[in-house]
Design a protein around this ligand. Structure first.
Ligand SMILES: NC(=O)c1ccc[n+]([C@@H]2O[C@H](COP(=O)([O-])OP(=O)(O)OC[C@H]3O[C@@H](n4cnc5c(N)ncnc54)[C@H](O)[C@@H]3O)[C@@H](O)[C@H]2O)c1
Ligand SMILES: [Zn+2]
Length: 360
């Protein structure tokens, strides 16, 4: 197990990754809380709750369930959860434990940040996306209508406990979808991690915990390092948007129905790699290597039928666009990206169309 530290001027916390991570809750003085609540999904809790309580030694007051799926990241669900907490007697010295994927983590973090003006919370991520990305960094959010993450806060958890054993029950497609984000982290990190992932990818399966563990730890470290440097180099976190510019547009163009988020990021990585190569920013051999690794994760649902003009019109809607300008994160080589806000629209369109054609 590895223990990573997120450090900022006003707070710090540990991200424990690996088998045994749940036991890390014993290092938190839980006896000081007036009451403790878990926020989770029913199916997930029935599968793993007992094991989690045994490993963590936690004595929960109650468990609060939210329906599975992105729709739970809503203000309506925030209100319901806050009302439930109040009815169960939660006060400002209560602890909230987010046990789930990015949806539960983002919702619980947001609720914790506003309930009675802020209570402590703990992240116990149970998907790959949550273990390597969403549980780390203290960004919380809910969606408003179709605008993803429109309302949110920065609110650090007290501790993050990523136990890879819990990934065993992930459906294969959800598991693979998370791997596209791991590929993104490897591109950002550099040749050492990228090589390792190339060698191991074919062997990764939900139940092969020992093989997954070091890769999850490595990917989580990439996120921790970016978050730690971001305070000093403002906007450094933008690099995490690699593959997400086309990705978000592809998701939105299909009403979030066809692709899992990671799959859209998979297409996004392929698109931006092609774009960077065409712009002469990324050497062809590196582009080919990245594309090969993305394809190695598995088949992607088709996007051959999407209207290019619809997808392209949605690019600027990403909330990371500033003043209507799209900030592209372009790979320059494995281990280095650049942010560009002056990419010509026709180059963006051509790279997208050529990716669609390549699929057929
Ligand atoms: N806060 C951040 O910095 C940040 C970063 C990246 C993504 N996100 C957010 O994360 C969310 C996506 O997270 P996600 O991919 O984890 O989705 P998710 O939470 O919806 O989980 C995916 C699916 O897996 C199921 N599941 C979760 N854990 C399981 C387990 N161990 N076994 C079996 N099934 C399990 C869930 O029920 C769900 O159906 C998005 O809302 C995204 O905006 C936030
Ligand atoms: Zn993502």
């Amino acid at each position: 197990m590895v223990r990573l530290k997120v450090t900022a001027t006003h707070f710090q916390y540990t991200v424990a990754v690996g088998r045994g991570a749940w036991g890390g809750l014993r290092s938190l003085a839980t006896g000081d809380y007036s009451s403790m609540f878990a926020l989770t999904e029913a199916g997930l809790w029935h599968r793993w709750g007992r094991e989690f309580l045994r490993a963590s030694g936690l004595r929960l007051s109650r468990v609060i369930y939210v329906p599975a799926g992105e729709r739970s990241k809503s203000l309506a669900q925030v209100e319901k959860t806050a009302a439930r907490l109040a009815a169960l007697g939660a006060d400002r010295h209560s602890l909230l434990v987010a046990f789930g994927g990015g949806v539960v983590g983002d919702l619980a973090g947001f609720v914790a940040s506003v309930y009675m003006r802020g209570i402590d919370y703990v992240q116990v991520p149970t998907t790959i996306v949550a273990q390597v990305d969403s549980s780390i960094g203290g960004k919380t959010a809910v969606d408003v209508e179709k605008a993803k993450n429109l309302v949110g806060t920065f609110y650090p958890p007290r501790i993050v406990l990523a136990e890879p054993t819990v990934l065993r029950s992930l459906p294969d497609r959800v598991f693979r979808s998370g791997l596209y984000e791991v590929v993104k982290h490897a591109i950002l990190s550099g040749p050492l991690f990228f090589d390792l992932l190339e060698r191991r990818l074919a062997t990764l399966q939900p139940n092969r915990t020992a093989v997954i563990e070091p890769l999850i730890a490595r990917a989580a470290r990439v996120k921790v390092e970016i978050v730690n440097r971001d305070e000093k180099e403002a906007d450094l976190r933008r690099v995490l948007n690699l593959g997400h510019t086309y990705g978000h547009a592809i998701e939105a163009a299909t009403d979030y129905r066809r692709f899992l988020h990671g799959e859209a990021v998979g297409w996004g990585l392929l698109g931006v790699t092609r774009l960077a190569a065409r712009l002469g920013v990324l050497p062809d051999d590196e582009a080919a290597r990245i594309a090969r690794l993305v394809w190695q994760v598995g088949p992607l649902p088709s996007m051959a039928d999407l209207s290019p003009s619809r997808v392209l019109s949605l690019l600027g809607h990403d909330k990371k666009a500033v003043g209507g300008r799209v900030h592209w994160v372009l790979p320059e080589r494995i281990g280095k990206v650049r942010i560009a806000s002056d990419v010509p629209a026709d180059a963006v369109a051509r790279a997208f169309r050529s990716l669609q054609r390549a699929e057929i």
